[in-house]
Design a protein around this ligand. Structure first.
Ligand SMILES: Cc1ncc(COP(=O)(O)O)c(C=O)c1O
Length: 475
């Protein structure tokens, strides 16, 4: 068979010039071989946002520093590498050293990545509940929040890279967790251009920088808090933009969809703050804004990346399906199974006995006033009992069923309020049940929306039974 090769892949001839972009710059990315993945930490690309600024009515140039390109997936690879190299240089670390890091987040991943490549052991102490014992243990182990190598790594590397790529920058926008990035990059950019404005993206609910804020829990991870860490140099901050969870996650999703930047929620918060600041501070045409995107979507696949998660938190509306039952109220379901309601003083032992007596596998926990505190399932108790916390050299602890149940509540329990009409369609409930085994139906307190009283528990079986029974009458 004779093929027309012109339709197949054409190879560039040796004497042809390499492809160039409009500026005459070679568009071939530097192709290089590396000795270790650690050589890939830092030197992250700065990428101009093309669609989003226009769509949000912003005229300045916005460049994103893509820290999710780091091998561990976040900006924290930089400080992990810098801290560990520094410790090696000073002789504090040798081949037998075990690293201990107190975090469940990106710094832990950075430390683990570096440790494994340096051939060192590493222990990550995760923080699954904020008991004072755990906080004290963290302090004892030396959490990284006051390590001055953190801002220095950003001053010498992250900041320097931005200057090398863009020269003088007019505005820097970023969130603060430990404050290392803000202090390090902020100092560098202000040193190069003393008129550079630093805009802090503060999650709504955080009072780390915005002392006038109303403190309350928020979902964006990695930034914000109740107190400013020692290494956060607040004097560098010229302006604060408060960003809600909804704004942050919607912007992070837009960054993926419209700019191809698969970044996390704190990146969405920073870009949102940049657009708000461009308007409130009149940052117009010709001005150059740099926004830091600290991590990628990998950590959030079951969170804001999921439509159902966004809907469960009322950040997106559920799809408008046309099945007859979709818009029916949850009160139409046949929910006559009784789940035990236990007080917060109950032990796991008592709660399990109550579940066994009523032949169910979920219990709801309330305070002395009957207000909802949380819920616990047999499955999560089983999970804890069979996966004990164990440091190397320690014996595995037997599960203590005499522990108070509030220390063992299920982590992500979703509630829907039966006195908020749009909350209670079976359609929305079925979406939430796509990502969780059960939902607690509550009644919001009319005087104080922070309180609610639990009324029912719904599982996926209840919804299926309802659809099945309805199908019999429809057909
Ligand atoms: C996702 C994410 N965004 C932002 C930050 C803030 O960086 P920094 O700790 O340098 O303030 C962190 C820090 O942990 C983070 O994990």
């Amino acid at each position: 068979m004779v093929r027309n090769t012109s339709n197949l892949v054409s190879f560039r001839r040796r004497d042809e010039k390499p492809p160039q972009n409009e500026d005459g710059v070679s568009s071939n990315k530097a192709c290089k071989a590396y000795n270790s993945v650690l050589e890939l930490v830092g030197n992250t690309p700065l990428v101009k946002l093309n669609r989003l600024p226009l769509e949000h009515g912003v005229k300045c140039e916005v460049y994103a520093k893509c820290e999710f390109i780091n091998p561990g997936g976040s900006i924290k690879d930089r400080i992990a590498l810098a801290m560990m190299q520094d410790a090696r240089k000073d002789g504090v670390v040798h081949d037998q050293t075990e690293f201990v890091e107190v975090t469940s987040g990106n710094t832990g991943i950075g430390i683990a990545l570096n440790a494994t490549l340096m051939g060192n052991k590493c222990i990550i102490v995760t923080q699954d509940k904020n008991s004072s014992e755990k906080v004290n243990t963290m302090r004892l182990l030396g959490a990284e929040f006051d390590n001055e190598i953190n801002p220095r790594a950003h001053y010498e590397n992250t900041g320097e890279e931005i200057v090398a790529a863009l020269g003088s920058v007019d505005v820097l926008v970023l969130g603060a967790g430990s404050g290392g990035t803000l202090s390090g990059v902020g100092s560098k950019l202000k040193e190069v251009n003393p008129d550079c404005k630093l805009v802090a993206a503060e999650p709504d609910g955080s009072v780390m920088i915005n002392k006038d804020g109303n403190p309350h829990p928020f979902l964006v991870e990695g930034i914000g808090g109740s107190e400013a860490p020692i290494i956060l140099d607040k004097s560098l901050v010229d302006h604060v933009e408060v960003v809600t969870d909804k704004e942050s996650f919607l912007m992070a999703r837009e960054l993926s969809k419209k700019e191809g930047l698969l970044c996390g929620g704190s990146s969405g918060a920073a870009v949102c703050a940049a657009f708000k600041a461009a308007k409130s501070l009149n940052i117009g045409h010709g001005k150059r804004v740099v926004v830091i995107l600290p991590d990628g979507i990998r950590n959030y696949m079951s969170k804001f990346v999921s439509d159902q998660w966004m809907e469960a938190h009322r950040f997106l509306e559920p799809p408008q399906h046309t099945m007859k039952w979709w818009t029916k109220p949850v009160s139409d379901l046949n929910l006559n199974r009784e789940y035990p309601k236990m007080t917060s003083k109950s032990t796991c032992h008592q709660v399990l006995e109550a579940m066994n007596e009523t032949n169910v596998n979920i219990a709801v926990i309330v305070d002395d006033n009957g207000h909802y505190i949380g819920a616990v399932s047999k499955d999560s108790l089983r999970n804890r009992a069979t996966n004990p916390t164990k440091l190397p050299g320690q014996v595995s602890e037997e599960y203590d069923f005499q522990d108070v149940v509030t220390d063992h509540l299920d982590k992500h329990v979703y509630t829907l309020a039966d006195n908020i009409p749009e909350d209670t369609t079976i359609g929305l409930l079925s979406r939430v049940l796509d990502i969780t085994p059960y939902v607690v139906i509550v009644t919001k307190d009319s005087n104080n929306s922070a309180f609610c009283t639990p009324s029912k528990v719904v599982t996926g079986d209840d919804v299926l039974d309802y659809i099945f029974e309805s199908s019999k009458t429809i057909n």
